[in-house]
Design a protein around this ligand. Structure first.
Ligand SMILES: Nc1ncnc2c1ncn2[C@@H]1O[C@H](COP(=O)(O)OP(=O)(O)O)[C@@H](O)[C@H]1O
Ligand SMILES: [Mg+2]
Length: 682
């Protein structure tokens, strides 16, 4: 059976698997990621290894799970608290309880990935489970969380410890934003663990001041913009997600002494890929006009004095805290309790569709992140309204998008394979795929749009910093420091024409409505990346709870080719499997039929991904040719008729209304009309 690991992602789950050089013996999880070292570390200690074979020693051994209660029991007076985790079990949000409301510096604790430790350590510390567990409640129950708390405690309390209260306070008040506390060796013996503090100077270097951003975006600096607030006037309450924390801001109390008011708000801040967050702030302040169902409304722009360069860099923005949480958690609960009613389902479907239409038509932008996590409620369900958050445009996980977006995304993942990994694919393969990506982008650029539909952002400050012969689409991916590009940093979506972008949004909307109508938290259970406390019982696109009209509406969003099977790889408990015998488009059978296999996953994945890449290549080649041909015929008949390339339109759907996007899918406006019709009939 195969463990979850970074190498498994590379050699099985991502399309890079087509070029993997793994042995194919099914053990892709450990061979080359061995960052685990040190003779005294857990499990690597001869004495411990011997004791496992020796019955008497084993009963005494600290590695014996029976003895773990002693070392992993919750502490009675902890100095730290774990608020959740990210980075596949390598990053933990640790809150220093001895600081009262410290600034939200995003100083997290890092450990090496679980796959680099021996099986017995992984088991004792629940490292396999920590790969896919993120929320505070479940993370805190893991051995690793308790172990980290004890390690932090030890280094905070011991004389000369690297995390003494004064040291930590100084790090929170003066250290670079997003610095790391690295536990270098995850030793069973807490006092043997080594801690290194790694200051994040590169991130501060990439931060840009609010004034500079305002200037770049061509905005007028007046009171319509959210005020700037310094990070030392913001106080962390708890980390909620990787980029989201609950905070309060000292209110200006003028000369009045007394306690500062505590209105809890949410802070969004990133410790990597800060360019995406700046694009998000631009989207919310400039590109997308305010809308009832767009719920990220910036209240403050939070800045920090950088250690170098005398600038105050923007580290994030605050917005109202929507306590009711996301539809993802609400839907399955409502269904289980028989409280998921058609009127509410259609209301939420309409609200999200309205938000999508607004982003598209008024914001001249697109929304590639449509998942239930990003649909948040204004009040507890079922009363609350639904709206969108998250405007970074990073896109969703591999195999989560519309099929044609996946085709491009697969090319991108191979093209930009991280060459720092031991298991990276050959560089010439990457180069070849970069060329393919450029061809996709060039083809999309041939689409002629009328002046009226040209997005506003296209006319903005569109230059990336250094003029270069390197194709724009490749520079967008590689760029680290934000440069206010006209295009999105989402390279795969930037390779689509406007028409195709709308069609991809419609596909994602269809799948979101499937979740709402079926009452499921996600389209599939066993997502590799994250486990949920309530995993969906039903697999997309099987229908069980939707009424015929809801089902018809969802199916129309998928267009001619219908819904496509998503990833062939699943997580069962904490191991990786491949589904075999999946019936594609099995919308008629009550549940998809497949079995889970685990032998030779690397070999199987290599074949599977080769086929997928070939299929995508053929599809993209045809699509690129069609776009070039359409451009030529447009030039020939300049000025008359429709200018849009609509690949694969079903003429019967298109009929007189012309409400089609691409691939036989309707437009967003058309979907909105249908949803409203259904809503009015309830
Ligand atoms: N204002 C908010 N109030 C409450 N929860 C929020 C708010 N904004 C975001 N969230 C929750 O936090 C999660 C992560 O935020 P998001 O903006 O999507 O960040 P990311 O880009 O890391 O996905 C969202 O999926 C949502 O459930
Ligand atoms: Mg999100």
């Amino acid at each position: 059976m195969m463990d979850l690991s970074f190498e498994a992602i590379h050699d099985v789950i991502h399309p890079t698997a087509a070029f993997s050089q793994g042995s194919g013996d099914g053990d892709g999880g450990r061979s080359s990621t061995s960052s685990y070292a040190g003779s005294k570390d857990c499990g690597d200690d001869d004495e411990h290894h011997n004791s496992i074979d020796d019955d008497a020693g084993w009963t005494q051994s600290q590695l014996n799970p029976k003895n773990r209660i002693d070392s992993l029991a919750p502490m009675s007076q902890p100095l730290w608290r774990i608020d959740g985790s990210a980075g596949f079990g390598t990053q933990f949000y640790a809150y220093p309880l001895f600081l009262d409301g410290p600034p939200p510096m995003h100083i997290d604790v890092f450990v090496h990935e679980g796959a680099s430790y021996p099986a017995v350590v992984r088991e004792l510390l629940d490292l396999d489970v920590s790969f896919h567990t993120k929320d505070a409640g479940r993370v805190r129950r893991l051995g690793i969380a308790q172990h980290i708390l004890r390690i932090l405690h030890w280094h905070t309390t011991k004389e000369d410890g690297s995390l003494r209260q004064g040291v930590v306070k100084n790090l929170y008040n003066n250290g670079p934003f997003g610095s790391r506390i690295v536990i270098d060796n995850l030793s069973c013996h807490i006092h043997e663990s080594r801690i290194a503090i790694s200051p994040n100077y590169p991130l501060e270097n990439d931060l840009i001041s609010y004034q500079e951003l305002i200037r770049m975006w061509g905005l007028v600096d007046d009171e319509s913009l959210p005020p700037e607030v310094s990070i030392d006037r913001v106080h962390l309450v708890r980390q909620l997600h990787d980029s989201i924390s609950e905070v309060y801001v000292d209110n200006d109390v003028g000369d009045q002494p007394g306690e500062p008011e505590r209105t809890i708000v949410v802070l969004k801040s990133l410790t990597s890929g800060v360019k995406y967050m700046y694009q998000e702030i631009r989207a919310l302040l400039k590109d997308i006009p305010r809308h009832e169902y767009i719920l990220s409304k910036p209240l403050h722009i939070v800045t920090k004095q950088c250690l170098f360069g005398r600038k105050r860099g923007v580290i994030g923005f605050t917005m109202p805290f929507l306590k009711a949480g996301s539809l993802r958690d609400a839907l399955p609960l409502l269904r289980v309790h028989g409280r998921l009613h058609r009127a509410d389902q259609l209301r939420w479907a309409r609200q999200i569709t309205e938000a999508m239409c607004h982003v598209w038509h008024e914001g001249h932008s697109f929304y590639p992140d449509l998942r239930l996590d990003n649909v948040v409620l204004t009040a507890p369900a079922p009363e609350g309204d639904a709206g969108l958050v998250d405007f970074e445009q990073r896109g969703v996980w591999s195999s989560f998008s519309a099929p044609e977006v996946d085709y491009v995304e697969n090319v991108r993942l191979v093209a930009f394979d991280d060459q720092d990994f031991d298991f990276a694919i050959p560089e010439d393969v990457c180069r070849e795929f970069k060329k393919k990506l450029v061809l996709c982008y060039d083809a999309a650029m041939t689409e002629k749009t009328d002046a009226s539909t040209t997005p506003a952002v296209q006319s903005g400050n569109s230059k990336l910093k250094t003029p270069s012969k390197r194709p724009l689409i490749l520079r967008l991916e590689e760029e680290v420091k934000y440069s206010n590009p006209a295009l999105s940093y989402n390279v795969s979506w930037s390779c689509l024409t406007k028409t195709e972008q709308e069609a991809a949004m419609v596909y994602m909307l269809g799948r979101l409505m499937w979740c709402i109508f079926e009452g499921m938290s996600a389209p599939h259970h066993g997502a590799i990346w994250q486990s949920y406390s309530r995993e969906p019982e039903l697999e997309f696109p099987t229908f069980q709870h939707s009424c015929p009209e809801q089902k018809a509406l969802v199916l129309r969003c998928f267009g001619d080719a219908g819904a496509k099977e998503q990833s062939r790889f699943v997580r069962w408990k904490s191991k990786l499997y491949m589904k075999q015998g999946v019936k594609a488009n099995s919308s008629t059978s009550p549940s998809p039929m497949y079995e889970l296999v685990s032998d030779d996953l690397v070999g199987k994945a290599r074949l599977y991904w080769k086929e997928q890449l070939d299929e995508g290549e053929a599809w993209l080649q045809h699509r690129n040719e069609q776009l070039h041909m359409a451009a030529v015929s447009h030039d020939a008949s300049c000025g008359e008729g429709s200018t849009k390339m609509v690949d694969g339109i079903d003429p019967s759907t298109a009929s007189k209304t012309n409400e089609v996007s691409a691939h036989g899918r309707p437009t967003l406006n058309q979907v909105l009309k249908w949803v409203k019709e259904l809503e009015s009939q309830v």
